[in-house]
Write a protein that binds this ligand. Structure first.
Ligand code: C5P
Length: 402
């Protein structure tokens, strides 16, 4: 719970109380100005936790904003003043609350609170829209009496409304895909040259493991097929991990599970070719040139796409360096997918090994959606939302057919 410096800050005592009563573990961070509107001591008693507002404490210890940011399932900024919204929209990081916001990977909700003319100002409205476009969830302000005595829009949503928004967010998240089975592939494949060498690629598996976690959080049962070297934490009650080495191994495991799968997400960077023959002994250094004959690997997604059932949703990834759009659209058809996630190597922050990604989603019927740069975890959450939408349209078309 992040509280910035507006008079509505005092109402957040009630919000903290409601959240704690519901069993939530609440860490309150105040902006320096918020401490003038509401007492840290009150919030500490209500949250049963230390309340933080400064980078540094009197005993010369510091509050690690990265740890603070990463330990949450959700950050709620309420009240979000015009000042804090402006800083969020423009990368100004001059207090602990802002540093925590910019380091966060979890979803963010923000509840604006300000006087009616400030709220109506085009710059503030533009900032709010910008934050929403980046994936932040707006808890809209209400109409009513304001601290100035004026009456209008800009009043922070009541604590009960903010509480309900938070509660329904978690309920939807944990049940949206209950009873659904999801097959996710992640990481590279290694194609053996001899017992010690292989052909591989730089895929880290970060995207695929983030996808597995997002589906698991949404109640789905996930089978996660990992190529070699995937080091992310994949432990979750709803995730069963299977480690494989080569493209052929991955195909074998996918074939075993596809019959029971509702949603397939092929995020693995599967090697397109493998050595025609794997030497049984380490190849000795001899001539100046060593020629390796490569043969084509099975295209797992195309293979599974040929037998795709009507109820199944298939999501593929594409990493292109040129003709990105037309290649992604062609892949969507050829691999019989419902959605292709296009990463472009031309975009900063996208691709192998990074914690962020910038993608465009291509759907059937030439529809596409360009997403801003975001953390891989946030993108994974987006893909879960898109899968829920695709499943619901599938249901509607089925019902229409009947
Ligand atoms: O054709 P291209 O390799 O660009 O397609 C990428 C998509 O196809 C990814 O979803 C990837 O996981 C999948 N793929 C596959 N089998 C291969 C190569 C790629 O399933 N041999």
């Amino acid at each position: 719970m992040a509280i910035s410096g507006g008079i509505a800050a005092y109402k957040c005592c009630n919000l903290v109380r409601l959240l704690v009563k519901e069993g939530a573990s609440v860490q309150v961070i105040l902006s320096p100005d918020a401490t003038k509107f509401v007492s840290p001591l009150t919030l500490s008693v209500l949250s049963k936790n230390t309340v933080l507002s400064q980078f540094y404490n009197a005993d010369d210890t510091w509050n690690n904003h990265v740890e603070l940011a990463l330990q949450n399932d959700l950050i709620v900024i309420a009240p979000a003043t015009a000042n804090t919204i402006g800083k969020m929209a423009h990368g100004i990081c001059d207090n602990l609350l802002m540093a925590t916001y910019f380091s966060a990977k979890c979803p963010i909700m923000f509840a604006p609170a300000m006087d009616l003319d400030m709220y109506a100002h085009p710059t503030i409205q533009e900032n709010i829209r910008k934050l929403q476009k980046q994936g932040n969830i707006l808890i809209p302000s209400g109409y009513g009496e304001l601290a100035s005595g004026l009456v209008g829009l800009g009043r922070m949503a009541e604590p009960e409304i903010i509480f309900d928004t938070i509660a329904s967010y978690f309920t939807n998240q944990s049940t949206a895909l209950q009873n659904k089975k999801v097959l996710v592939t992640a990481g590279p494949t290694y194609e053996a040259i001899d017992p010690v060498r292989f052909i591989g690629n730089h895929s880290s598996g970060k995207m695929g493991t983030a996808i597995a976690h997002s589906f698991a959080k949404s109640g789905a049962e996930v089978v996660l097929v990992c190529g070699p070297g995937v080091q992310q934490n994949t432990s979750h009650n709803n995730i069963s991990r299977i480690d494989v080495m080569s493209a052929e191994d991955m195909l074998h495991v996918c074939k075993q599970h596809i019959g029971k799968t509702d949603i397939l997400v092929m995020s693995a960077a599967v090697a397109d070719y493998r050595p025609a023959n794997k030497a049984t002994q380490k190849i000795k250094k001899k001539d100046n040139v060593l020629t390796l004959n490569l043969v084509k690997n099975p295209d797992i997604l195309s293979y599974l796409g040929e037998a795709k059932k009507e109820h199944q949703i298939f999501i593929g990834f594409a990493l292109e360096t040129r003709n990105e759009k037309s290649n992604a659209q062609e892949k969507l058809k050829r691999k019989n997918c419902d959605l292709i996630v296009l990463n472009s190597l031309n975009d900063k922050g996208a691709g192998f090994g990074t914690d962020t990604n910038k993608v465009t989603l291509f759907f059937k019927g030439k529809k596409s959606k360009e997403l801003p740069l975001m953390s891989k975890q946030k993108l994974a959450d987006e893909l879960v939302q898109e899968s829920v939408k695709l499943l619901s349209t599938r249901k509607v078309t089925k019902e229409k057919k009947r």
